[in-house]
Write a protein that binds this ligand. Structure first.
Ligand code: FE
Length: 210
């Protein structure tokens, strides 16, 4: 989802980090000229999004959130985490994921009686040496926010050494509530395919150096 750093992402960089912008700028220039065929879609830092009221600290590290009593359609969520050039992998970056189940319920919304140490549909995982990650979860359901339903979404915090922490949400194409939601951003809609049976969502995060 990403390539040439936007003006906004450059402005977000601190003065101390400007030297990191220089090679990214040169690379972006290449993207617009002779190397355009190799650059793909536009590169920009991943947009932040609201944290919402349901985050819990302390989720365990695991790549599979689908426990026996979790309701919802199985979903694989994978992607990469890179720095602002959209190419340099951030090995060891940590994703902290939380979401509603297929019925639109979080484990802390008052609808479930679970042990305090149970983290249902919450987990952390580390990106590998290529910045890649893969998570097994379920397709989140809708829940009411005031008078309207929120579109399906997955919450995530992303952190990596030398980069600004990111809190955002990932959305699904074609959701009936995408159009009326005040928080959704087009850049946060994942690519979703079902070519190999179970739905597979993909998103590449781009973090800004601190
Ligand atoms: Fe939410």
């Amino acid at each position: 989802m990403a390539n040439a750093p936007t003006r906004r992402s450059f402005l977000q960089m601190s003065a101390g980090g400007l030297w990191l912008a220089a090679p990214a700028a040169l690379w972006a220039l290449g993207c617009r000229t002779r190397e355009a065929q190799a650059c793909g879609p536009a590169c920009s830092a991943t947009e932040p999004n609201i944290e919402g009221p349901y985050y819990r600290d302390g989720a365990p590290f695991r790549a599979d959130l689908v426990e026996a009593d979790v309701r919802g359609t199985p979903l694989v969520l994978s992607g990469r985490i890179t720095s602002a050039d959209c190419r340099s992998p951030l090995a060891g970056a940590v994703l902290d994921v939380w979401q509603a189940d297929g019925d639109g319920h979080y484990d802390n919304d008052g609808t479930a009686r679970l042990p305090a140490d149970r983290f249902r549909l919450r987990g952390k995982l580390k990106a590998d040496d290529k910045g890649a990650f893969s998570l097994r979860t379920v397709w989140p359901g809708h829940y009411l926010n005031g008078r309207t339903y929120r579109p399906a979404h997955v919450h995530v915090k992303v952190s990596a050494a030398g980069h600004r922490p990111l809190t955002t949400q990932l959305y699904f194409p074609g959701d009936p509530y995408n159009d009326g939601d005040p928080f959704i951003r087009r850049s946060l809609i994942m690519d979703v395919s079902s070519d190999r049976g179970a739905p597979h969502a993909h998103y590449d995060f781009v973090l800004v150096p601190s």
